[in-house]
Design a binder for this molecule. Structure first.
Ligand code: 2AM
Length: 503
């Protein structure tokens, strides 16, 4: 029988799996790897042989049982296979080969309810299971992702040293990411962007919300670009300069930074800028939809996050939109002569709407912890997102500070820092939305975030009429402003002799 010589194992050698395996090996761990089709494993090993300093710490196996036997007990096995049925299939194959106390870590994009189910089933059989969000794309996986694990404290104890080692690192004081993008030379020092999020599906849920926030962040940036282009008449390179300038201030983030790069990229296949040649039909992989669906199911008004998903869906109707543009007329677009003022309005709109979007994401997580019986540390979640992941931003340091000031904060907009930012920026934000509306330019993310802000800060809303309508046609009852909450009334509306009944 072959000797156990690997510290950890990893299954699934698509790009994310390969890069995470290399990252783990870079940190001194000997790692056994396995893939369903051996061809991929062979290509990976060939690649390692050419370029990777940690090659000798990567042990390839073509047989699953041999792979399992090669890992020291209690075993730690990370899965990076396709989410859904493929994950269940590989777990089913693994289980007969494992010993009690072994740990499976699912680093794929699993739905959190699947993670809850898998953790329960495996725990009942004596195995440990962690569902871990892994964010940061291919580069993140290779040089430091943001890692969001959910599972039992005992399971986390087994994984923590590895996850701490491979996660992105940030400066503990400023919260700024520390760069560590060189094979074989991992970043030293700093605080790791990982922590146990909570039990079972908590990590995957938080990763999903991260993706929902990523959708709205990207949509807000795209709307900013559109207003500067359409109303300011700015070329892509001029807008790139605006984003680079914004990246020096409170909006500083990975997505703003890459937007600055993208907008100055020339078309390699012809004249002009590449962005002007990219077709305006957005794709999506589903986690934004899950976030919006979870908000709807739980009754949380994450309208801006949902709107960002719908905006992608609308953009994807490219042919229909082209046809409709010849039929449905809007106002003629009037250029703004004061470009500096426009840039300032859009900057504030972007920042204020971003605050609302994050407020919605955190409200959603707060509700999920009630629904699923988790206890989440929102300051810790914000800290984990400061590095490695796609939404990393200096803004997250502010969110971490807000939840450190008040762990029970009911809405991010109520924190003094964010309240002041909204106060400071809201007239510009309204100007930007009003300008867009007058000119017939769609700004669903700016607009829905503003509706959320105005709705949340309104002591009164027209839901009184709505509730009366519900009582009129469906006897759904209403509460009265002059009676305590929890007393319900119904009026026999259509009959002549109307009687109000308390129920
Ligand atoms: P493959 O290379 O053999 O297709 C992402 O697709 C990763 O998930 C790949 O490593 C892929 O393996 C793996 N994968 C997809 N379906 C799988 C399954 N049913 N069992 C095991 N691995 C699977």
């Amino acid at each position: 029988m072959s000797q156990a010589n690997a510290d950890i194992g990893l299954i699934g050698l698509a790009v994310m799996g390969q890069n995470l395996a290399l990252n783990i090996a870079d940190h001194g761990y000997t790692i056994a790897v396995y893939n369903r089709h051996y061809q991929r494993t062979r290509e990976f090993i060939e690649h390692c042989e050419r370029t990777e300093p940690a090659r000798e710490r990567i042990l390839a196996h073509g047989d699953l049982a041999e792979f399992v036997r090669s890992i020291e007990r209690p075993r730690r096995i990370v899965l990076l296979v396709k989410a859904g049925a493929a994950t269940d299939a590989i777990i089913d194959q693994l289980v007969p080969l494992l010993d009690p106390g072994d740990l499976i870590v699912d680093g794929g994009n699993a739905h959190w309810l699947d993670t809850i189910r898998r953790e329960r089933t495996l725990a009942a059989a004596g195995f440990r299971f962690i569902g871990s969000g892994v964010s940061g794309g291919e580069v993140g996986a290779r040089f430091g992702p943001s890692l969001m694990p959910g599972g039992s404290p005992e399971a986390w104890q087994m994984l923590e040293p590895v996850w701490q080692a491979v996660a992105a690192k940030v400066d503990p004081d400023s919260g700024r990411p520390l760069d560590g993008s060189a094979p074989g030379r991992p970043v030293s020092g700093g605080v790791a962007c990982t922590a146990l999020i909570g039990p079972n599906g908590a990590g995957h849920y938080i990763k999903m919300v991260h993706n929902g926030i990523e959708y709205i962040d990207m949509q807000l940036i795209s709307e900013s670009y559109w207003l500067l282009k359409q109303l300011g008449g700015l070329e892509a390179d001029a807008i790139s300069s605006v984003f680079r300038d914004w990246n020096q201030g409170e909006l500083s983030s990975y997505l703003i930074e890459i937007t600055g790069d993208i907008l100055q990229q020339k078309d390699p296949a012809g004249d002009g800028f590449l962005v002007d040649k990219v077709l305006d039909a957005a794709g999506q992989k589903g986690t934004g939809q899950w976030t919006a669906a979870s908000a709807l199911e739980q009754g949380i008004p994450a309208n801006a996050i949902a709107e960002a998903v719908f905006a992608r869906s609308l953009s994807a109707l490219k042919e229909e939109r082209v046809a409709a543009s010849a039929v449905l007329e809007g106002p003629a677009i009037r250029r703004e002569s004061d470009t500096a003022r426009l840039v300032e309005s859009v900057r504030h709109a972007l920042y204020c709407a971003k605050i609302c979007a994050y407020a919605q994401g955190f409200q959603l997580m707060a509700e999920a912890q009630r629904t699923y019986g988790w206890r989440l540390d929102f300051a810790a979640i914000a800290r984990i997102w400061r590095g490695g992941c796609i939404i990393r931003a200096s803004f997250l340091q502010k969110i971490a500070e807000a939840y450190t000031r008040n762990a029970e904060l009911s809405n991010l907009m109520l924190d003094p820092y964010f309240r002041d930012a909204l106060q400071n920026g809201q007239s510009h934000w309204r100007d930007a939305v009003a300008l867009a509306v007058r000119n017939g330019l769609p700004v669903p993310a700016f607009g829905s975030a503003l509706a959320y802000f105005d709705g949340y800060r309104s002591a009164s809303l027209p839901a009184n009429l709505l509730q009366a309508q519900r009582d009129y046609f469906g006897a759904h009852t209403y509460e009265r402003t002059d009676r305590p909450r929890g007393s319900f009334f119904h009026l026999d509306w259509p009959v002549e002799d109307r009687r109000e009944i308390e129920s």
